[in-house]
Ligand binder design. Structure first.
Ligand SMILES: CC(C)(COP(=O)(O)OP(=O)(O)OC[C@H]1O[C@@H](n2cnc3c(N)ncnc32)[C@H](O)[C@@H]1OP(=O)(O)O)[C@@H](O)C(=O)NCCC(=O)NCCS
Length: 151
């Protein structure tokens, strides 16, 4: 656990992420649409950021190589979401930094994600680079692969 003023970052379960995942990433869709393949694997972990005991941001990290970028020990970021009222206050950047710290300790060399087109500038601010072209993820919209080398 890590304190950032009144912010608390901790590891949470996949199900606990739903209170943020659902309204932010799957708004209007059934709760079951919040479940990701691999959510409960031993190698997967989920981060929550709390303020005043309320979960306001989540991110999930899944072990997944991406040989089109680099054939090394890699993780994929999924389900990155900050509750609507709390966006634009630096929480997203802090959660990414927290995830990178844990991944570096595990010896992970590459973190990548399918970034929503609207989130590309955010990931660039966090030091991520674009890879390839925009592609469509059914029912979710246009995305681009982005990555950062760790360690
Ligand atoms: C994208 C998201 C995770 C970013 O988290 P956040 O807490 O709002 O972002 P932060 O406040 O940490 O922003 C960090 C930096 O990125 C910039 N930024 C954030 N979102 C941006 C955007 N859409 N366009 C341009 N810049 C953006 C901020 O201005 C800030 O810049 P600075 O470091 O120069 O001050 C959050 O807004 C969110 O959950 N959005 C909806 C869901 C989503 O798109 N998730 C990502 C799916 S891949």
């Amino acid at each position: 656990m890590m304190n950032h003023n009144q912010l608390v970052f901790k590891l949470i379960s996949a199900k606990e992420t739903y209170t943020v995942r659902h309204p932010v990433l799957r708004n209007g869709k059934p709760l079951s649409s919040c479940e990701f393949n691999g959510d409960n694997r031993d190698t997967t972990f989920h981060i929550g950021v709390y303020t005043n005991n309320t979960l306001v941001g989540v991110a999930s990290l899944l072990k997944a190589n991406n040989t089109t970028i680099l054939d090394v020990f890699a993780y994929q970021l999924r389900g990155m979401a900050i509750a609507n009222k709390y966006q634009g206050k630096g929480l997203g950047k802090k959660i990414i930094h927290y995830a990178e710290t844990i991944l570096k300790e595990k010896g992970v060399l590459l973190l990548w994600m399918n970034a929503r087109e609207s989130a590309i500038p955010f990931y660039q601010k966090c030091g991520y680079k674009k890879s390839g072209n925009i592609f469509d993820i059914q029912n979710v919209g246009p995305h681009m692969v982005m990555f950062k080398k760790l360690n």
